[in-house]
Design a protein. Structure first.
Length: 141
């Protein structure tokens, strides 16, 4: 599961922008073989007076924490590609905001600590995972 926690100040994302970004994120993961329902995107609006960078409140800010559980980057080069992909995905959605402070990080969490609907997800690239992707839901395997 990739889970994207997107914290932002008011005015950065409206309903349409949230839907577009969440769809873009999900589309990417589907292209690499993950079931669409693995992808969770959470938007958390934070008041300007509660969003501090360098000890000072900011008017326009976005901070994103991404948890990767279903797949891991194999090496340093793969991690760099992932960071560049995230940057490339975000820039079109954020470029319209002059003076915006934005940053992200990606964590890789052990898949041994993950369940969906009480089920341990199938092994990566397995027939069972492909079935989950086609069904877009969990099932016993």
């Amino acid at each position: 599961m990739p889970m994207w926690n997107i914290h932002h100040t008011p005015g950065v994302f409206g309903a349409v922008e949230k839907q577009r970004l969440a769809s873009d994120i999900t589309d990417h993961y589907e292209k690499v073989g993950l079931p669409r329902f693995y992808v969770v995107t959470l938007f958390q609006q934070v008041r300007c007076e509660d969003f501090y960078v360098g000890g000072r409140p900011i008017e326009l800010g976005v901070r994103i924490a991404v948890d990767h559980i279903a797949r891991r980057n194999a090496d340093e080069e793969a991690r760099r590609r992932t960071a560049q992909w995230v940057k490339g995905m975000l820039q079109p959605h954020l470029a319209r905001h002059d003076g915006l402070h934005w940053e992200f990080h990606v964590d890789e969490t052990s898949s041994e600590l993950w369940m969906i609907n009480g089920l341990v997800p199938p092994p990566p690239f397995s027939d069972a995972e492909r079935r989950w992707a086609v069904m877009n839901s969990t099932s016993d395997y």
